[in-house]
Write a protein that binds this ligand. Structure first.
Ligand code: SAJ
Length: 422
């Protein structure tokens, strides 16, 4: 099979936090892009030139590419030269990866697949998922020769190419980051490179599909393990009466030491999930990876126990528990964003709401409205919350909190889970 055909039309299946920005970047380079999503609301919104997700800088790009006719969304796949799958891969209750969305995307695009097409999987996946995707395609399209069984003589190409973008900086990082291109065979890698060359200015690093799958998981597990070490240090230092922030800052002056920061726990949709894909495949070997997950998952409960102890201490002075004000500073899953999904701070606030007869004051400067589970609570201004609180729990290191004057009330107890005051 020759590769003389250039990539004219790309279909991006899954128009979420990765799929939509990727579709927009391809379209901004004047490639015809057909976006596919099962969510009709998302499809309609995009076709109006608007976006249904929050990502800085994305709205104007989508508006322009839709207006110029380079991006169009639909609920049903249409023929294209390249198919890019960017659907979610959650895990089940026992941490087994759930590939249902990839299977459904494969089933949807199979009828329009043609000889010479490339199918690229971008969704974070366990090792072997690309081979599994090809098996599904083989069963659905027995008329097409698959690259896994026919090598260079396959009718289609397939590759695994993970994204590595940081939420909040997706538009820039999609273009600038180096990209791993995991071909199911050599010709597939070459074909996939032709797709990414359309908008990626970083290096395109060629490897096989299994290594590329493992590479994505490794990057996020590496960060998780490093954060777990910092979180473990925060517990150790609390016992030994040492300031963990000073300790880490001092240790990081060593030329070969670079410890990350302890926090209220690890949130988001990637770092707290992806390491389990490694543990699930190789439970006997992935020991540090598993323990790191357990340490980071346990951190929010540890913060809750500290808040409980602080409330008890205030109550012991004779103040009725119902008059103890607990201010929660920050609800987002990390600093300076408005994303509350999978946030340890939300988990902590929910726990306080359950255990405490005290009044909870919620502060999140990056949102306008509290999520539904906090109906009955009011979103409060930072300084006002600090002025009235008996216990302050700082859960996210938002820049907006740096301006707060924390010396308003001398008998307050401050639990600084993120080192804001250091
Ligand atoms: N966190 C800490 N201490 C730190 C750093 C982070 O507690 O020193 C916490 C954050 O507060 C947050 C969580 O970890 O709750 C995750 O935040 P993050 O900024 O480390 O990562 P994400 O989830 O926003 O994005 C990660 C990135 N992966 C790596 O840095 C290896 C990003 O490049 C990936 O593209 C993304 O996961 C993904 O989609 O997989």
């Amino acid at each position: 099979m020759t590769q003389e055909n250039s990539i004219q039309t790309v279909s991006v299946v899954g128009l979420g936090y990765i799929g939509l920005p990727t579709a927009a970047m391809l379209a901004s380079r004047r490639t015809r892009v057909i976006g596919v999503d099962v969510n009709k609301h998302a499809v309609d919104t995009i076709n109006q030139g608007k976006i249904h997700i929050i990502e800085p800088g994305l709205d104007s790009i989508v508006r322009d590419v839709v207006r110029e006719g380079f991006l169009r969304a639909t609920t049903t796949p249409e023929p294209a030269d390249a198919f890019l799958i960017a659907v979610p891969t959650p895990f089940k209750d026992d941490y087994e990866p759930d590939l249902t969305y990839i299977e459904k995307a494969t089933q949807a695009l199979a009828p329009v697949l043609k000889k010479g097409n490339i199918v690229i999987l971008e969704s974070t996946s366990p090792v072997g998922a690309t081979e599994q995707m090809i098996e599904w395609l083989a069963a659905l399209r027995p008329d097409l020769k698959m690259p896994t069984t026919n090598g260079v003589d396959g009718d289609i190409y397939a590759a695994y190419c993970p994204e590595r973008v940081l939420p909040g900086q997706v538009v820039r990082e999609l273009v600038e980051n180096d990209r791993i291109i995991g071909g199911i065979n050599k010709v597939s890698a070459e074909r996939a490179k032709a797709v990414y060359r359309i908008f990626v200015e970083g290096e395109l690093l060629e490897t096989n599909a299994r290594t590329a799958e493992m590479s994505k998981l490794t990057e996020n597990a590496f960060r998780d393990v490093n954060i777990a070490f910092a979180n473990e240090l925060s517990l150790i230092c609390d016992k030994l009466d040492i300031n963990v922030w000073d300790l880490i800052s001092l240790a990081n002056h060593h030329p070969r030491v670079n410890i990350l920061q302890p926090g209220a726990g690890v949130g988001g949709h990637c770092i707290a999930v992806d390491p389990w894909f490694i543990v699930n495949k190789t439970p006997g070997e992935a020991r540090i990876t598993r323990v790191a997950r357990e340490i980071n998952d346990a951190k929010p409960e540890w913060v809750v126990s500290k808040i409980k102890a602080a409330v008890d201490k205030i109550a012991a002075t004779g103040k009725p528990r119902c008059d103890v004000n607990v201010a929660v500073l920050g609800l987002a899953f990390k600093p300076n964003i408005d994303d509350l999904r999978e946030s340890p701070a939300i988990h902590i606030a929910e726990s306080i709401a359950q255990f405490s007869e005290s009044r909870m004051i919620l502060v999140e400067p990056n949102i306008e409205k509290l999520p539904r589970q906090f109906d009955g609570y009011e979103l409060t201004d930072c300084q006002e919350a600090v002025n009235t609180a008996d216990v302050i729990a700082i859960l996210v290191k938002h820049s907006a909190f740096e301006k707060i004057n924390f010396s308003a009330k001398p008998d307050q107890i401050v639990i600084d889970a993120v080192g804001l005051l250091n």
